[in-house]
Design a protein around this ligand. Structure first.
Ligand code: B12
Length: 209
């Protein structure tokens, strides 16, 4: 399968073409994860590099992100082959001050697909909102940050959980491009995952631990 057409349409921000390309690839029997990795994620990586190099700016990044989301929407049913029994309840959100949600949505979709019940808290989520989610039954919290300047909000959330005496009741998993295992260790999170498929595996392990 040649993913170049979808890839370039994401980069050019052509949402309807991306949608059509993803539909055609699925109809041709290409695996959803293959389309995701080789076309959609690959294109966003390219966008990130071009942005870093100063070859494109926020508006272009935004329309590319919209095109990617259009493709993700088509992939969602294929990625989320929901299992019957709920594996656990996960509250997931992008931390305070941060509006990046593509990675967070992808992790939510994959978790849903592997049987977790998802409470999607959206973007710009305050520590207090994560705390409320635990009061409402979340067994795992998933925090996403794409900016080095918003990562400290993960630590604030852990602090808020301790202050509410809820830290022992919940597992905390973190991720996002600038986040590392070292950072997770440093702030006392229970787990880090570098991508959506390992997030699913790790969430299952957290439910058993
Ligand atoms: C698209 C994008 C945007 C879009 C976001 C649209 C949207 N709806 O999300 C827009 C245009 C809005 C945007 C805005 C900004 N952005 Co921006 N953006 C990006 C870009 C190009 C891609 C991010 C992305 O979606 N990647 C694809 C997804 C699939 O990958 P991912 O998010 O990493 O997620 C995966 C893993 O990290 C992990 N994961 C993610 N979350 C979680 C959570 C859990 C719990 C777990 C376990 C795992 C996990 O699994 C995911 C799937 O595999 C990145 C470049 C990059 N290389 O990351 C810059 C980037 C993140 N942005 C950057 C910047 C600077 C900004 C702005 C400040 C620009 C500006 N001057 O205004 C603003 C900030 C706005 C804000 N307050 O949040 C910088 C950050 C620099 C830094 N180190 O802090 C980057 C790195 C670009 C760069 N190279 O400079 N951005």
């Amino acid at each position: 399968m040649d993913f170049m057409e979808i890839y370039h349409n994401v980069i050019d921000g052509q949402a309807p073409e991306v949608e059509a390309g993803v539909k055609a690839a699925l109809a041709a029997g290409v695996g959803a994860e293959e389309i995701l990795n080789n076309a959609l994620i690959a294109a966003m990586n390219e966008i990130g590099q071009r942005f870093e190099a100063g070859d494109l700016f926020v508006p272009e990044m935004l329309i590319a992100a919209r095109a990617m989301q259009a493709g993700l929407k088509i992939l969602k049913p294929a990625l989320a082959k929901a299992e019957v029994k709920a594996a656990g309840k996960v509250a997931i959100g992008t931390v305070k001050g941060d509006l990046h949600d593509i990675g967070k949505n992808l992790v939510a979709m994959m978790l849903e697909g592997s049987g977790f019940e998802i409470m999607d808290l959206g973007v710009d989520v305050t520590p207090e909102a994560f705390v409320s989610a635990v009061r409402n039954g979340a067994q795992i919290i998933g925090m996403s940050a794409l900016l080095t300047t918003t990562m400290p909000s993960m630590e604030s959330t852990l602090k808020a959980l301790r202050e509410a005496s809820l830290r022992e009741k919940v597992k905390v998993m973190i991720g996002g491009a600038p986040v590392t295992q070292d950072y997770a260790n440093k702030i006392g999170a229970d787990a880090f995952a570098p991508d959506a498929s390992s997030a699913t595996r790790i969430a299952r392990q957290l439910m058993e631990s």
